[in-house]
Design a protein around this ligand. Structure first.
Ligand SMILES: O=C[C@H](O)[C@H](O)[C@H](O)COP(=O)(O)O
Length: 228
């Protein structure tokens, strides 16, 4: 396992240690959340946990959860005790960019219902301002996407439709993603408001004021960052 993979797993184990029997747990998406789902499965199999219900934030996480023996139920209006997920960027106030793995809409729908959102990451995800390293993924409808991209370019000039091959990337919800390059200076809440008010935009990868704690693994150990 490469160094970063070891760190991601360390962060994931710290988060799963917070899970108690009987909890309803939001299952994140991505290469870090994968370790958390596997650890949940291991602890259930070992009898260290019981009666856990997972609510998955992507088809991939649902498939993994079933594979490792974590029971999964669809999202319903009941609160989740805890949600555990990775992030693409984490700023000093625990505001996040998420969605490079394309799961931002289901993640936000699920995690907004969590009593505690626990973020797990390696130290490369820490930034001093959002947009420093990663683009902001914006999920947009397929219908009229070229027009939506034009509107988004007028708002955030840098950016492009996510297109890994000949065809655009398609989310679990059948939508496309526009990856916006954020400017050096902007006000996240105001930009979120403008993006959400743009016709054709379904959701953005800004997770502002949602995370309660982050376990960030560094070569010197796991840092616990709490929202102030
Ligand atoms: O859509 C994907 C999610 O927001 C992930 O949580 C995020 O991309 C981080 O993924 P990873 O742990 O693979 O870096």
């Amino acid at each position: 396992m490469g160094d970063l993979e070891t760190l991601k797993k360390e962060a994931a184990l710290r988060a799963v240690a917070l899970v108690e029997s009987g909890m309803r747990v939001g299952l994140g998406t991505g290469s870090t959340a994968k370790y958390a789902i596997e650890e949940l499965g291991r602890r259930l199999a070992a009898g260290e946990l019981r009666d856990i219900v997972g609510v998955a934030t992507s088809e991939a996480s649902e498939a993994l959860a079933r594979e490792v023996g974590v029971p999964v139920q669809p999202l319903d209006p009941r609160p989740l005790d805890l949600a555990i997920d990775g992030a693409d960027e984490i700023d000093p106030d625990l505001n996040l960019i998420k969605g490079l793995g394309g799961a931002l809409l289901r993640e936000k729908l699920t995690e907004v219902q969590a009593r505690r959102l626990v973020i797990i990451a390696d130290h490369t995800k820490l930034v001093t301002r959002l947009g420093e390293k990663a683009p902001l993924p914006v999920e947009i409808t397929r219908f009229g996407f070229l027009s939506t991209v034009e509107r988004l370019r007028a708002l955030v000039p840098g950016g492009r439709l996510r297109q890994p091959g000949a065809q655009p990337y398609v989310t679990d919800n059948g939508n496309y993603i526009y990856d916006a390059q954020l400017p050096a200076a902007f006000e996240p809440l105001e930009l979120e408001r403008q993006l959400k008010g743009t016709l054709g935009v379904v959701e953005t990868g800004f997770f502002l004021g949602m995370a309660d704690v982050a376990f960030v693994a560094t070569p010197e150990g796991v840092r616990e960052i709490r929202r102030g």
